[in-house]
Design a protein. Sequence first.
Length: 313
Amino acid sequence: MRAVTIQDKELVVEERPDPEPGTGELLVRVRAAGLNGADMLQRRGAYPAPPGSPPDIPGLELAGEVERIGPGVRRFGEGDRVMAVVGGGGQAELALVHERAAMPVPEGLDWPQAGGLPEAFTTAHDALFSQAGLGPGEHLLVHGAAGGVGTAAVQLGRAAGARVSATVRREELRPRVEELGARAIDPEGFGEQGPYDVILELVGASNLADNVRALAPWGRIAVIGVGGTGPVGEINLHMVMVRRARIHGSTLRDRSLEEKATAARRVEKQVLPLFDEGRLTVPIAATYPLDEVEQAYARFEAGGKLGKVVLLP
């Protein structure tokens, strides 16, 4: 198979042996693989793949057809359309996925949308509902709402009956974010538009102090991204006490199979039916063939896009 590999922080497409599915595993012919911030970090040597995943083939999410199944697989068969969050290895023509982490692709989705769905919507759903407990009628603020996770969070908040505000730095992208169900605002002065019951932080520590000040009583801050302004900031603990606030952080990639399977089942039951009903979409900013992976990474890091950048092996 051909795969994207990381060699001395450079991206090289080269031939690799085809993976062999083990017990409970699917060998998937990858049709689309979404790019994520973790791929950029892994390329720079700052986010190594978890044990058991290919150490030098990036790719956290993929969609494709089951080519072969390993011993003990019961849920999927050859030819089924599946998608999944994986520890790595998604940016290749073939990849291994444990059947418990796999989800069926909704019928109405094309390959680019399916390849950009698993990480974005699983991350957003897990942070908003499993961890922050977002409920109907609450006020949700999504920072960095034009990206893959941000656009997913906006739509999921709207679908749950929350009132959604979204910070979007590029003015030209705000109308498109509003079409997804949010009131799009400038990041400067976002605190004045509160109070917020739940804040999804995708930008970094520069928002931390204003996030706390803008919380409603019993408000929750979910930190799932710091690539914009870094991880280190100051916080007023007295304000946290006064607000009875809760701040938590999360990553998805290095969770155990059991945790990933649980998150996948929740998305499968609570999110995928909304795609079948036409209530959710996966905005695609750009697609690239495997041989143009350098251009794809550059497009991802350039910013100014709405939604996902997806490789099509």
